[in-house]
Design a binder for this molecule. Structure first.
Ligand SMILES: [Zn+2]
Length: 262
């Protein structure tokens, strides 16, 4: 399988559902260091992580798998065979994420939450945990949905913010003419409490405009959506700099990540 064919199974792999030969093949391919597939899988993992974060189990069980397949209009997979999967390349990768989101929102997460809380036995704990989880789930879902909408829009311009420090991960941005900018990254280093990261829009003319501050979460993930108040064609670059907590009016450090627009 080449990169194009493997791209069809990134989401499935990220969902932990890819099995057998295909899984072995993708893993061997990734082990050879293919840049395209590595970043494709990273992106799929990020999306799946957003969805999985709303569920207590990272690996969806068979029931969810079936639900996703049903929601996506596919048939439940027989043991992984290339023949069976060969029909699926028409099935866009994003449909997996969308279907997984649908399945999680419409039942799995809620049902699993009920099962978990019932096991706890202690009423006070049940209420507190359910409330926390529900609030966190809602916030994550809302943000995740916004980020996903911007990422999935055909009108969005995908940009890679390259790190100045090569040991740092790349940051992905999606610039949409109306929805603003969505930012995603993985494996970001922890930030000291007194520092923050700040996203800047560098206009072709004039001063840098702050698009907001952000910090990686405990898992090193970044997700952010921010409005952009100037037309995309007037933007020369997006930059990220490290700033004192609370952010700065103008960058006080040289940028740590940069993406030039054409
Ligand atoms: Zn590849």
């Amino acid at each position: 399988m080449d990169c194009g064919q493997l791209a069809a199974v990134y989401e499935e792999y990220a969902l932990g559902m890819l099995e057998g030969e295909e899984r072995a093949e993708l893993e061997a391919h990734l082990a050879r260091g293919c840049e395209q597939c590595t970043s494709g899988v990273a992106r799929a993992r990020w999306v799946v992580a957003q969805l999985a974060a709303t569920s207590p189990e990272a690996h969806p069980p068979e029931g969810l798998r079936r639900k996703i397949l049903d929601a996506a209009g596919g048939s439940p997979a027989t043991p992984a065979s290339f023949k069976a999967k060969a029909k699926r390349p028409l099935f866009p990768g994003w449909a997996w994420a969308a279907a997984a989101a649908l399945a999680l929102i419409t039942g799995y997460a809620v049902r699993q939450m009920q099962v978990d809380t019932a096991r706890l036995g202690d009423l006070r704990d049940q209420v507190r945990i359910a409330e926390l989880r529900n609030r966190e789930m809602q916030q994550r879902l809302a943000l995740g949905q916004m980020v996903t909408s911007v990422m999935m829009s055909p009108d969005s311009m995908p940009l890679k913010l390259m790190p100045k420090d090569k040991s740092m991960p790349m940051v992905h941005a999606y610039l949409h003419p109306n929805m603003g900018v969505a930012l995603t990254a993985e494996k970001m280093p922890e930030m000291p409490p007194a520092r923050t990261l700040q996203l800047w829009c560098m206009p072709k003319k004039g001063q840098p405009l702050s698009l907001g501050t952000f910090k990686p979460d405990a898992q090193g993930q970044v997700q952010m959506v921010a409005p952009v108040h100037i037309p995309v064609d007037q933007i020369a670059a997006l930059e990220i700099s490290e700033e004192p907590a609370g952010g700065s009016l103008q960058p006080t450090e040289s940028p740590a990540w940069v993406a030039q627009l054409r």
